[in-house]
Design a protein around this ligand. Structure first.
Ligand SMILES: Nc1ncnc2c1ncn2[C@@H]1O[C@H](COP(=O)(O)OP(=O)(O)OP(=O)(O)O)[C@@H](O)[C@H]1O
Length: 184
């Protein structure tokens, strides 16, 4: 799919992966997230927890929102916090931060596409991880949702976090562009 790829990104930086459909942007994110094994090469995280795999220090926000439809918004977040071994955090604050306070007790099955994406974004806030791997994160978000997520991404970068995002549209924050594959 791709070879000879040499990418480096530092804390506080956002890297925007751009490239044509099928270039390998999602695959690169999935490699870093530990969901695919590289045929060759290594992925390292200097300054992270040395004994913890990079994948466990990263959040992967994929195309599909990983939600349990029968659980409410708050229950989904509680599930993720438990599953990912997060510290006790203020779930209502995370729900509020993504603009879902009015839907906190609604089953995820009833959420719109944009609301599901907002709930997925709340997972990034509930369990703190330094690396955010985002695949088309703003798809389905309305303008206010995009602004909200832009602020959350900026806060993450200001705290020394790292963002790597595959995107076909502006990310809403200053990002270094990295092209995957040949220009279309
Ligand atoms: N599980 C898989 N098995 C086989 N081939 C795959 C698999 N997943 C992806 N591919 C192939 O790898 C290539 C890169 O796919 P990828 O999803 O990484 O592209 P992308 O750059 O994210 O594209 P898009 O802009 O359409 O989201 C494509 O040719 C795709 O068909």
């Amino acid at each position: 799919m791709f070879d000879g790829l040499d990418v480096e990104a530092a804390g506080g930086e956002a890297l925007a992966l751009v490239g044509h459909n099928g270039a390998g942007k999602t695959s690169l994110l999935r490699l870093i997230a530990g969901l695919l094994a590289p045929a060759a090469g290594t992925i390292t995280f200097d300054g992270g927890e040395p004994d913890t795999p990079v994948a466990e220090q990263a959040h992967y926000l994929g195309h599909r929102d990983a939600l349990k439809p029968s659980l409410s918004v708050t229950e989904n977040l509680a599930f993720w916090r438990e599953f990912l071994g997060g510290e006790p955090t203020d779930l209502p604050a995370a729900v509020e931060a993504v603009g879902l306070a009015h839907a906190a007790e609604l089953p995820a099955a009833y959420l719109s596409a944009g609301q599901r994406r907002r709930l997925s974004i709340a997972r990034l806030l509930v369990v703190r991880r330094p690396i955010w791997l985002l695949d088309e994160p703003t798809s389905a978000l309305d303008v206010r949702g995009q602004e909200m997520f832009g602020r959350l991404m900026s806060d993450h970068l200001a705290g020394g976090g790292l963002i790597i995002a595959a995107t076909h549209s502006p990310l809403g924050i200053a990002a270094r562009e990295m092209r995957i594959g040949a220009a279309a």
